[in-house]
Design a protein around this ligand. Structure first.
Ligand SMILES: [Zn+2]
Length: 439
């Protein structure tokens, strides 16, 4: 479907210019007439999906496990065949290089990750990885050499805390390396298991200016593109995430003998606060989200008025200021609720917060223009999920391309994107890289 679109598009241009032959050869020189092999992309998605299936038949290509190691070996073999000469850096990231015409230029990087959450899907990360390889294959098949060197990067352990990309920008601490990963190994042990070296982890650091530009193609993992029937999402940024532990203290007392007007019911206060979080999150325009996703009640009995409740509050947005503003408003509401319910409400900000990361404006325009030139509809949008690109954005102009996720399902074996959408996204990635290269 996409290929047909593309042919129509280019023949329209040809008629307009009236120079059929010369345009075709010119296209070949500029790369604009080339397009990816959608069948190859989909068949590789299915091939990679065979790695990391556990004894119960569940998808389990969790970072640092056997499935991850085997999947990575398979991927590196394909990289080798494509002439990328892959190496593994100290953090376990796989890096394949293709020379450009001008060795003094900094590389254009693109790729994603191939690890998954337990019982995960076959498209999250893998699409961006396989599409990156596809870009290289098409360049090879057409003997096309870019000006800039190209680097395909497959980050290690994205799902367990964007470990590979964090290390690449110098944000991996000794403490972080000691943490347990989903595989059961510590991060340090896991990195070793996939061929990295935690002792020399700093050697993988890229400084500002080391990478000319970074582009990651990814499935949306939400339902906006599908619902609005948009083919390509241009990501404006990756939201910041802040967590607070909210403690509500009342007084546990006999549920039969304490009259309604003498109660200090912590769960009642919590209920009012949960509604307030929802109302505050809805009180201003924008894409911000606020959630209470966790609750514990003490003592937790039919016949005792709840004395203490602990909630988990999360706020996400592209603007750090907006997150703070929303939180202040939630705090104000909490103060009123505390008075009305004769309880005490306190907030403890958690250390695991991630800052919002904005993508590069010029790269956003390149993606949008590339998609439009291929005849696709586009939408500028934020990413509500974390990605390796959010770290890379701190050392290089970074951008992300989204394609629709069917029914908005992700981190599930039901995750699915159509072959057409995947080919569309890969073509946009390809044309964006060529645009960056020519700029
Ligand atoms: Zn991902």
């Amino acid at each position: 479907m996409q290929r047909r679109n593309f042919i129509q598009q280019s023949s329209l241009t040809v008629i307009g210019m009236g120079v059929f032959g010369s345009l075709l050869s010119n296209n070949k020189k500029t790369g604009t007439g080339l397009s990816v092999n959608g069948k190859r992309i989909e068949s590789r998605i299915f091939e990679l999906a065979k790695f990391g299936v556990d004894e119960k038949g569940r998808n389990y290509r969790v970072a640092y496990t056997k499935g991850d190691i085997e999947g990575r070996a398979w991927f590196m073999e394909l990289m080798k065949k494509a002439g990328l000469d892959p190496t593994i850096d100290a953090a376990g990231n796989i890096i394949g290089k293709r020379n450009g015409k001008n060795a003094s230029l900094k590389p254009i990087g693109f790729g994603s990750h191939i690890d998954m959450v337990p019982d995960g899907g076959n498209y999250d990360g893998t699409l961006g990885s396989i599409a990156a390889l596809e870009v290289i294959e098409i360049l090879n098949e057409n003997n096309f050499v870019t000006e800039h060197p190209l680097e395909v990067i497959i980050f290690g352990n994205e799902e367990g805390g964007t470990i590979g990309s964090k290390a690449m920008v110098g944000d991996m601490t000794a403490e972080g390396l000691k943490q347990k990963s989903q595989s059961g190994l510590t991060m340090a042990e896991g990195i070793k298991a996939i061929g990295g070296n935690p002792d020399t982890i700093k050697s993988c650091i890229r400084k500002k200016g080391d990478i000319h530009a970074w582009v990651e193609l990814h499935i949306e993992q939400g339902g906006i593109l599908e619902k609005e029937k948009i083919q390509v999402g241009v990501v404006e940024g990756i939201v910041g995430i802040v967590h607070w532990e909210v403690t509500i203290e009342g007084f546990a007392n006999h549920a039969g003998t304490t009259p309604m007007n003498l109660r200090q019911d912590a769960l009642l206060a919590a209920s009012k606060f949960i509604i307030a979080v929802n109302e505050v999150a809805n009180s201003v325009k924008g894409n911000q989200v606020g959630t209470v996703g966790k609750i514990t009640v003490q003592p937790g009995a039919y016949n005792v008025i709840p004395g203490k409740v602990v909630l988990g509050l999360e706020i996400r947005d592209l603007s750090g200021d907006k997150i703070e503003m929303l939180f202040r408003n939630m705090q104000k509401r909490a103060a009123t609720i505390a008075v009305a319910t004769k309880t005490k409400i306190s907030f403890e900000r958690q250390a695991n917060e991630s800052k919002p990361a904005l993508t590069d404006k010029k790269l956003q325009q390149f993606i949008n223009a590339s998609a439009k030139a291929l005849g696709f509809t586009t939408k500028f949008m934020q990413s509500g999920a974390g990605h390796d690109s959010q770290h890379i954005a701190s050392i290089a102009p970074a951008a992300m391309i989204f394609i629709p996720s069917v029914a908005g399902i992700s981190h599930s074996p039901k995750e699915f994107s159509t072959a057409t959408d995947m080919a569309n996204g890969a073509n946009v990635l390809f044309q964006t890289i060529l645009k960056i290269d020519k700029e």
